[in-house]
Design a protein around this ligand. Structure first.
Ligand SMILES: C[S@@+](CC[C@H](N)C(=O)[O-])C[C@H]1O[C@@H](n2cnc3c(N)ncnc32)[C@H](O)[C@@H]1O
Length: 273
């Protein structure tokens, strides 16, 4: 009874689009309330996001993100998952940032579950060969991204077996860690949106229906829209008011399953006091 009351009290923070800084918003969420966080942070590659300068010194960038991951740890339920999508950096200035991020997350006590390779199938359009047909200075083109997966405290996430919605066929396909999914072509005014197919896989593989799914660098709201469509609660945080507007429209257009009526976001982009 007490547990059900505290769950419904914490749900008032969710099914929202929140305009704000990731860390400050996470700081205000109840502890142990989120089952799955999926995000793709700004990559520090001077990407022209609206209202955010994507160009910090490398150490400062990693320090800032580490603080966000630390804040997230408190908010995840025991066994809650954190999925971090990171693209390789540029060819000429290649920095293995996924190694830095994995190290930081493990330092913070996260269990690293795995690393999925998202193969984007974009080689048809390649141009950056380096030295063509010569070992002098050939280039490997980053045709993939990393999807790093962590858990808080324990491997298992408890849940109701009746709230599982992954099919046997999907389970077989998704548990092969090489995911060939083309990048999103419909950008809707955002430089780096997730493809819905990638998020669908992660949500079904790593969460139960009725769980809470969060994205704290949410852009145009792919994670929240897919979560709602699959009968999960969501929280969508972004520091750009314009992206929040786009995300809210998109989430409203995602129809939840009839037996899991996840609410559409309210008009306000604020977290309740
Ligand atoms: C790589 S994009 C995420 C795109 C998203 N996955 C999608 O499908 O549209 C990173 C986002 O982080 C946002 N951002 C940058 N700094 C932020 C901060 N301090 N707090 C919250 N969001 C931030 C940017 O506005 C940008 O939309």
């Amino acid at each position: 009874m007490g547990q059900a009351r505290s769950r419904s009290a914490s749900l008032r923070y969710f099914d929202r689009v929140v305009h704000g800084d990731a860390r400050s918003v996470l700081d205000r969420l109840p502890a142990d309330s989120v089952h799955l966080a999926i995000t793709s942070p700004p990559y520090n590659l001077k990407v022209p996001y609206r209202g955010y300068g994507d160009d910090r010194a490398p150490d400062e960038y990693l320090r800032w993100l580490k603080e966000v991951w630390q804040t997230l740890h408190r908010v995840l339920v025991p066994g809650g998952r954190f999925v971090l999508n990171v693209a390789p950096t540029s060819i000429k200035d290649f920095r293995p940032i996924h190694h830095d991020l994995s190290r930081d997350l493990r330092d913070l006590g996260y269990i690293m579950r795995t690393e999925i390779i998202w193969y984007k199938q974009t080689m048809g359009r390649r141009t950056a060969w380096g030295s063509w047909r010569s070992p002098s200075n050939p280039h490997i083109v980053p045709s993939w991204e990393y999807v790093l997966v962590f858990s808080k405290g324990q491997w298992k996430l408890s849940g109701d077996p009746a709230a599982v919605d992954i099919t046997a066929r999907e389970f077989e396909t998704f548990s092969d860690g090489f995911w060939a999914i083309p990048p999103e072509r419909r950008r809707d005014g955002h430089p780096a949106p997730f493809p819905e197919a990638l998020i669908e896989r992660l949500v079904k593989f790593y969460s139960y229906r009725g769980n809470v799914v969060l994205d704290m660098f949410a852009g145009t709201g792919t994670v929240a829209a897919v979560a709602r469509r699959l009968g999960r609660h969501y929280l969508n945080i972004d520091s750009s008011r314009e992206y929040c507007r786009l995300a809210a429209d998109r989430i409203r257009g995602a129809t939840p399953p009839p037996d899991a009526p996840i609410p559409a976001p309210p008009r306000s982009f604020a977290l309740p006091a």
